[in-house]
Design a protein around this ligand. Sequence first.
Ligand code: PXL
Length: 292
Amino acid sequence: MFSPIKRIAAIHDLSGYGKVSLTAIIPILSSMGFQVCPLPTAVLSSNTEMPGFKLVDLTDHMRDFIEHWKSLNLEFSAIYSGFLGSHRQIEIVKDFIKHFWHPQQLVVVDPVLGDDGHLYDSMTLDMVSEMKTLISQADIITPNLTEACALLDTRYNEKMHESELKTLLKALSNSGPKIVIITNVHKSDKKKQTFVYAYNKSDGRTWKVQCDYVPAHYPGTGDAFTSVLTGCLMQGDSLPVALDRAVQFISTAVRATYGHTHDPRAGIFLERVLPNLSAPFRPSSFELLEQE
Ligand code: PXL
């Protein structure tokens, strides 16, 4: 079915409070000019960092929803998945991509599995194996360092040397994705800096972008980062420009939130910075590391 607006299937949970998943993804990609079609995996009262959250799992309804979309002959310019709650949900996403895939499409998989060297409590080794097969169907993946190591069965080391990071990037791209982006990387010599590394298999170039350090953790910044990155690439930006715009957006959002007296578990004040997505781009920190 023809659409004058590019459509994105977003397979994520909907958390009523605390800016994560669909409540971050929809406003970001809508304000960048895309029509987001959410396929919710679960509905939660809040993100899982808020104590006492309530959850309704929608796994049993996802296939029915997908059948309806098939009957409408929907086409998507992008498919974007994030946190998935079970082995079955990962299988459903794999089947979704197989059915709705077409050559001009961008398939973005954020393989949410863990952070800081540990898998999240809800993740099983079985889900890690299933995630390995899901990333093989993606064009772009955005693991953090913990997830990159888990997907490659490599020991996590918080302060990896740049040469080891390049090995991880290439090993992950060998499993399928054209673009591999590893977020949240700390450097051994500079404690208070984090970086994003990216490898583009199509031109053999590796990029590094430096992120501002703020001593606070806000859930949902990964979802916001991958959403801005996806939107920028779909708007026609090059990979380094898309990375730079996404990093700058998150950094501004975190700074806009940090000065307030605010429970960080509730996430960033996204609405304060959404208009920045329409601002002219000013390159800041991207750096070419290597070209094969
Ligand atoms: O991707 C972040 C995320 C997604 N979904 C839920 C979450 C979080 C982070 O806390 O709680 C339900």
